[in-house]
Design a protein around this ligand. Structure first.
Ligand SMILES: C=C(O[C@@H]1C=C(C(=O)O)C=C[C@H]1O)C(=O)O
Length: 367
């Protein structure tokens, strides 16, 4: 076995132990960075607003619907490790824990069609401009035992994604490879993106991809929302790039990036993040109508899918991502969450296919 393989095996063993002992932990790698960071805390804390995390180091995990059943969690690690300097930690003294299991509603194609038609009625009567319909795809036969190796394979396969694995006992184990930055700040600048519109890349070159009006419009809604928010926060000095085509595994999206050279206090950043979530890339426009329609139409709970997650540091810097291309890992199955933006011009069959392409991002690596 090569030295590298040896190291990977030890990270895998380490993560498997964390899962088996039901420790609460996070593991992630940032886009473009091979290093995997891991943090463990015996009991993670719930928090209300980002302001509660001022001056703290750790990892946050926020659900889609912050007024729903799931709480935002913060893991403030007692132990931190890096894949570059993993030192063996002996978990032998801790007992293995029984895997808890839960049931998640899986939508059939028929369910999805009923739901999209219900949403289209509201969109066509112009009650709202856009809403995101999601569904759950359950894959049986692989579960918690395979989670660590799948997480490591996602890291290899998608070096430009935010690849994460988070386990909060009682809430569940989540894995994802997100293409979408939520909010980044290093204290001097803040960055966010408007990402929407999806096509399967197939064997085309990324620059050869062309976009239809429906896709251009659905992405423009997200841009408009971000620009309004920046303006509400009196942030006028920002660089905007795009929209351009960005690849995320087997699919491509339309993307506009925003980088503001504004020093914001932590209080301002936390308030901005709260106002930003959930964007019309995952909820709808107007936001409250999108949220109401999702609550009414979708039969499953999104839990942490389409929420946001990522590391935050004591100096106020943070790197947060939208929890997309993600799944909840159950005892012996995996629940993949996939969705897409619906507008008055949506074609149900095309939208369904779009969710299938998105599911492939994970399925390709799991199988
Ligand atoms: C909702 C998802 O993705 C979001 C929706 C997109 C769309 O509607 O085209 C594209 C990228 C993401 O912002 C998902 O992957 O589940």
């Amino acid at each position: 076995m090569s030295q590298l393989e040896d190291k990977e095996k030890s990270i895998q063993y380490f993560l498997e132990q964390c899962i088996q002992k039901r420790l609460s932990f996070y593991a992630y790698s940032l886009p473009g960075d091979q290093e995997i960071k891991i943090g463990i805390q015996t009991s993670p804390t719930k928090f209300r607003t980002l302001l509660d995390l001022k001056g703290k180091d750790g990892f946050l995990f926020v659900p889609f619907d912050v007024d729903g059943e799931q709480a935002p969690y913060f893991i403030n690690p007692e132990f931190e490790f890096s894949s570059y300097s993993i030192h063996f930690k002996d978990f032998a003294g801790l007992p293995d824990q029984e895997d808890e299991d839960s049931e998640i509603y899986e939508s059939s194609k028929e369910d999805y069609f009923v739901q999209i038609k219900e949403m289209l009625t509201d969109l066509q009567s112009k009650r709202l401009d856009k809403v995101i319909l999601s569904r759950v795809h359950v894959l049986n036969g692989k579960g918690r035992k395979e989670a660590a190796s799948i997480f490591l394979r996602l890291n290899e396969t998608y070096p430009n994604a935010f690849v994460s694995m988070v386990d909060i006992p009682g809430e569940g184990l989540w894995i994802g490879a997100s293409p979408e930055r939520f909010l980044n700040s290093d204290g001097k600048t803040i960055e966010t993106v408007a990402l929407a519109g999806t096509q399967k890349l197939g064997d085309r070159e990324v620059h050869a991809v062309e976009w239809e009006t429906k896709e251009i419009e659905e992405q423009a809604y997200v841009s408009k929302y971000i620009e309004e928010l920046l303006s509400n926060y009196q942030i006028r000095d920002y660089q905007k790039k795009g929209p351009f085509t960005a690849q995320a595994g087997n699919v491509v999206h339309l993307k506009t990036t925003y980088k503001a050279n504004t020093e914001l206090s932590f209080d301002q950043i936390s308030s901005f993040a709260q106002a930003l979530h959930p964007t019309p890339a995952v909820c709808g426009l107007p936001k409250n109508k999108g949220m109401d329609l999702i609550r009414k139409v979708e039969k499953h709970r999104r839990e942490y899918y389409a929420g946001f997650l990522g590391p935050i540091h004591a100096d106020g810097s943070l790197a947060l991502f939208v929890n997309l291309r993600s799944m909840k890992v159950l005892k012996e199955s995996m629940a993949l969450f996939v969705g897409g933006g619906i507008t008055a011009d949506s074609d149900p069959e095309k939208e369904w296919m779009e969710t299938c392409f998105k599911a492939q991002t994970l399925l390709k690596v799991i199988k």
